[in-house]
Design a protein around this ligand. Sequence first.
Ligand SMILES: Nc1ncnc2c1ncn2[C@@H]1O[C@H](COP(=O)(O)OP(=O)(O)OP(=O)(O)O)[C@@H](O)[C@H]1O
Length: 271
Amino acid sequence: MGDTQSKAERSATEPGRDGDPVIALRGVTAELGSRPVLRGIDLTVHRGEVVALLGANGSGKSTAVRTVIGQVPVTGGTIDLFGVPRERFRDWARIGYVPQRTTASGGVPATVTEVVSSGRLARTRFGLLRRADRAAVRSALERVGMGDRAGDPVDALSGGQHQRVLIARALAAEPEVLIMDEPMAGVDLSSQEVLASTLRDQVASGASVLLVLHELGPLEPLIDRAVVLREGCVLHDGPPPRAVGQHALPGHDHVHPHTAHPEPVRTGLLS
Ligand SMILES: Nc1ncnc2c1ncn2[C@@H]1O[C@H](COP(=O)(O)OP(=O)(O)OP(=O)(O)O)[C@@H](O)[C@H]1O
């Protein structure tokens, strides 16, 4: 990336990071198997903003993003998408979702192009792909460096390539907001680099992003703000916990007496 100054540092001095909210959760509660998993969370992503949703295993990160796309019902609170209450929101092509990695085919034999094309359907009338739709699918594949694998069965891909296909599927609809659940998990280094640069291009072209992450890792320079969950509650909403990104080790609870901070920087936010 070659970018020593984080986006959070740059944007602190740049105007325009407080656009309209594209995702706004207020006091959201949700249960899974009658167990409370979200206990009243507030989470906002503004237009053009990149927000990391962090927290330990089981803190509710995936559940939170799944309430946004309607895969988990909420038991309380409100969710607005582009200023519209989620129950009335219909413009799903504006939101691209990359689930926590599963197999892209779901066990059904499918080619890379078929999987990515399925992400374009929200932009089509009656599910018919026209020339412009096919071009958008090709472009999405090229952006994740998979243009030469278009005809391959997805079952023949590595984990990292699979993840690239899932991201291309989300990009195919040319969404304004990308929601990604652990996009770097189990992804080899070269795919991580491709994913980070794809995301950087999306952000540069104005996309807003909500990323579920275990640690900031290589995406740190892109991130404006971090929301940290613990046991279904928001523990922190503000600048990304920098020391975690610098050391990039899970559970790396670190005190920095050598830094210029007046208080030692405790980074146990993720444990
Ligand atoms: N289908 C389900 N039924 C019951 N409980 C569930 C279900 N799915 C998840 N949970 C529980 O809900 C809690 C929150 O899970 P969630 O997947 O949202 O956490 P997470 O922060 O994304 O964790 P991870 O980092 O491990 O993906 C966990 O305690 C989990 O065990």
